[in-house]
Design a protein around this ligand. Structure first.
Ligand SMILES: *[C@@H]1O[C@H](CO)[C@@H](O)[C@H](O)[C@H]1NC(C)=O
Ligand SMILES: *[C@@H]1O[C@H](CO)[C@@H](O)[C@H](O)[C@H]1NC(C)=O
Ligand SMILES: *[C@@H]1O[C@H](CO)[C@@H](O)[C@H](O)[C@H]1NC(C)=O
Ligand SMILES: *[C@@H]1O[C@H](CO)[C@@H](O)[C@H](O)[C@H]1NC(C)=O
Length: 380
């Protein structure tokens, strides 16, 4: 739910007690407008660190894109995890956005959220750059002259997307919080933020135009463009599936891969995670039960697939607690015929279909659920 930025003033007041766990992801909840008075504007956007406020004052016109980028990342996260027990849901009116426990924990899910939101910001800043929406950046001017690809020679031309600018700004803005801390959690976040930025660099595409008489491609002009964000989501999801467990080395300055098969510290040191690996510090919960302490909303009531053996199947998604079946009448167009000329006429067919949902909250979860509801009401 995004609201106009005027309401930022109001929300800033009610969320002050939670500021310790507020995050810049909170910007995704607002439709940020342009700033007549950058200082006041930046002081009233909630969820930002001091250094982030300074960057906001320097580049107030970038904040719209930061908010949009975070929103794009979160939406993509929800798409990629729509069939998982943890489905990337956010908490309304909570400045920590995903719940305090995700911000605190070093889980694989946290790794994904950091990477995809940082990729979201690179994407939206770079796109705005290309459109000429931002004051101090434009097309990538470093791509000049002639080059080669599989199809032969081409000349750089048009407006190549300035992904380097977007990436630099995202790094400065998003990493600001982590740079203040010096612990393994900060190292993990910095690493995963970088994986998100690198994903954009890796997935950039060439687009070309042919010039020549009657369709011949004598001369090609090419430029780089951004990938669809869905592609970035799918790529990072693969990285999530293959993510590596790490810990910080004894000096606390770098991450090393935690290799359980080999307890020899020396060999661990030679094995740092690569720039494209998502990394995590802690094993995740199974996200089966409702438990706000570990940031799990559980899977009660989730639609599931009875025949699937995958994570979207009722067995796995409902954690073996069973499911309820609802019989619903589904209407679909059918027996369509082509009428000359030119329309398609269909009949409507109705059919009973079974839909399955994981069993509702169990009694041991209800106490926690009611307590959380009460707390939320008190905060409002
Ligand atoms: C995640 O699942 C819960 C039910 O457990 C549902 O209420 C919520 O809408 C889902 N969130 C998303 C983003 O799909
Ligand atoms: C349920 O899972 C089966 C097997 O994986 C698949 O063929 C089917 O399309 C799925 N149904 C829905 C509604 O997604
Ligand atoms: C659609 O066509 C099938 C077979 O051709 C027929 O059995 C069925 O009754 C038709 N349905 C409707 C709604 O006309
Ligand atoms: C939780 O609240 C529901 C109604 O909202 C009530 O029926 C239920 O008894 C409560 N459960 C517990 C364990 O307090």
């Amino acid at each position: 739910m995004r609201c106009h930025w005027i309401s930022v003033l109001f929300l800033a007041v009610i969320t002050i007690p939670q500021f310790a766990s507020s995050t810049w992801w909170f910007l995704s909840k607002f439709q940020l407008g342009t700033a007549a008075n950058p200082r006041m504007y930046c002081d009233h956007i909630p969820g930002m660190e001091r250094k982030q406020r300074r960057l906001c004052q320097k580049h107030p016109d970038h904040m719209v894109q930061v908010g949009e980028g975070a929103a794009t990342g979160i939406k993509e996260c929800q798409y990629q995890f729509r069939q998982h027990r943890w489905n990337c849901s956010t908490i309304d009116r909570d400045a920590s956005v995903f719940g305090k426990s995700l911000v605190k924990s070093g889980s694989r899910e946290a790794a994904f959220v950091y990477a995809i939101s940082s990729a979201g910001v690179v994407h939206s800043i770079s796109r705005a750059c290309n459109r000429g929406d931002l004051l101090n950046c434009a097309c990538d001017k470093t791509r000049l002259g002639k080059h080669h690809d599989q199809q032969g020679e081409f000349a750089w031309g048009g407006c190549s997307t300035n992904v380097r600018y977007g990436s630099n700004f995202a790094r400065q803005f998003i990493d600001a919080r982590e740079r203040k801390m010096r612990d393994s959690r900060a190292l993990m976040n910095l690493h995963n933020n970088r994986v998100g930025r690198k994903a954009l660099h890796k997935l950039m595409r060439h687009q070309c135009k042919c010039h020549g008489v009657s369709g011949a491609c004598n001369v090609r002009t090419c430029w780089t463009t951004l990938p669809e964000f869905r592609e970035v989501g799918a790529y990072l999801k693969e990285k999530y599936d293959a993510s590596l467990e790490v810990s910080s080395d004894p000096s606390g300055t770098t991450l090393i891969t935690a290799d359980h098969l080999n307890d020899n510290r020396k060999s661990l040191k030679t094995n740092p995670p690569q720039v494209h690996d998502l990394v995590y510090l802690e094993h995740s919960s199974d996200y089966c039960s409702f438990d706000p302490l570990i940031g799990s909303i559980g899977t009660a009531g989730r639609p599931c697939n009875k025949t699937s053996k995958g994570i979207d199947g009722c067995d796995l998604l409902c954690c073996g607690r069973g499911y309820d079946t609802r019989r619903v009448l589904v209407t679909t167009p059918c027996n369509c015929t082509f009428k000359w000329c030119c329309s398609v006429e269909c009949k409507t067919c109705t059919q009973w279909k079974d839909e399955h949902f994981c069993k509702p909250l169990q009694s041991f979860e209800l106490n926690k659920f009611n307590a959380t509801k009460q707390q939320q009401q008190q905060q409002k």
